[in-house]
Write a protein that binds this ligand. Structure first.
Ligand code: SF4
Length: 353
């Protein structure tokens, strides 16, 4: 610890990448960045974060924003429950904390969508508190540096890693001038940054690593074995067929109901196909009760989300029987751009352009 923490802090001081949220300690800005960065790469997040902060610069603005605006700002980032949780949490902060982002770790942890990692990241980065963090990057660095054999997602090893992360950030807090140098914030970020830039999953750049002299995996040539992650479950293939139905210059779209994945987002009429089905038949009955007939193919597209590998076959189609639904709308090309679509169906919109 006594050598590791200074080595990490020194490396971070000169190697940290520039990111717009690193220019501020505003807990709201840090919170938004941390939620966006879950499951999403930095370079993708930057323009989303900048647009979000311009349109919704503080908790009050987010709490007061219509849900449609929040979803539109999130469109394309995926995992939309993150946006819904941000919105709900902002409203809770207004109600419970008068619009001021909570200061106590336990209060941050109670916000919807905030787990132990995110609460630790906000507390350390915004407030320089000695709160530990453990994400995939940090797990990889710690299992390698300390030569830890167990599955980092397994309960016992995971607890061991959280304890190590806590010791490291507490050690940073005890460095001279740790408040002025924001040592807790920088120590946590150095672990994430090292995992992202140097201690990468397949080919860690050990010769360039600031902690190579202290690293068990490097010493014992075990960097390819660690971390010893248990294999994840296999992916599941799902097939859909989607229909672009046009009247004049307007297209038929529908909004996904509440309580389902991607609730509130927009999509073209569609249905899921059984594994061996051959789309589309002469008359296709949609779940909404409409009967359609495919006319021309617009090709197929693929999309991956969590463990699903989704294929969507897209057709222009005509309505044979109409039974209007409350969540279906005929919209112009301009309105298509304004609505928040699921990622797969946004690709269909792009094909219409
Ligand atoms: S020496 Fe290699 S394995 Fe060890 S922390 Fe550095 S990059 Fe990772």
């Amino acid at each position: 610890m006594s050598k590791l923490v200074p080595a990490l802090l020194e490396w971070f001081a000169t190697n940290a990448r520039k990111m717009p949220w690193r220019e501020t300690h505003d807990p709201y800005a840090v919170w938004v960045s941390e939620i966006m960065l879950q499951q999403t790469q930095v370079k993708t997040v930057i323009p989303y974060w900048e647009r979000w902060m311009r349109d919704l610069p503080d908790v009050a603005a987010l709490a007061a924003a219509p849900a449609a605006k929040v979803l539109k700002l999130w469109e394309g980032l995926g995992y939309y429950s993150r946006a819904r949780n941000l919105h709900a949490a902002a409203q809770l902060i207004v109600e419970k904390f008068g619009g001021h982002f909570p200061r106590a770790f336990s209060d941050i942890l109670e916000l919807p969508g905030v787990g132990r990692y995110t609460a630790g990241a906000i507390a350390s980065i915004a407030y320089n508190d000695p709160a530990p963090i453990l994400d995939g990057n940090v797990m990889r660095v710690l299992t390698r540096v300390f030569g830890i054999d167990g599955d980092p997602r397994g309960k016992a090893t995971n607890q061991q890693l959280w304890a190590l992360a806590a010791q490291l950030v507490e050690h940073a807090a005890n460095q001279p001038h740790s408040a002025k140098t924001r040592a807790c914030s920088h120590l946590n970020q150095s672990l994430m940054e090292l995992g992202a830039l140097v201690c990468t999953p397949r080919q860690p750049a050990c010769p360039a690593c600031p902690v190579r002299q202290l690293c068990v995996a490097q010493r014992d040539q075990r960097t390819q074995e660690l971390p010893a992650l248990a294999p994840r479950g296999a992916t599941t293939a799902r097939r859909f067929v989607a229909f672009v139905i046009t009247r004049g210059n307007r297209h038929l779209v529908q909004q996904r109901p509440s309580g389902v994945v991607n609730a509130g987002l927009w999509e073209f009429p569609n249905l899921e196909l059984k594994a061996a089905a051959t789309p589309p038949a002469e008359r296709v009955a949609l779940p909404t009760g409409r009967i359609v007939r495919a006319t021309t193919s617009l090709g197929s597209l693929t999309h991956s989300i969590t463990r699903y590998r989704i294929t969507v076959e897209v057709f222009r189609a005509e309505l044979l029987e109409d039974s209007p639904q409350p969540d279906e709308h005929w919209v112009s090309a301009t309105e298509l751009e304004e609505l928040a679509f699921t990622s797969a169906h946004r690709k269909i919109v792009a094909r219409l352009g």
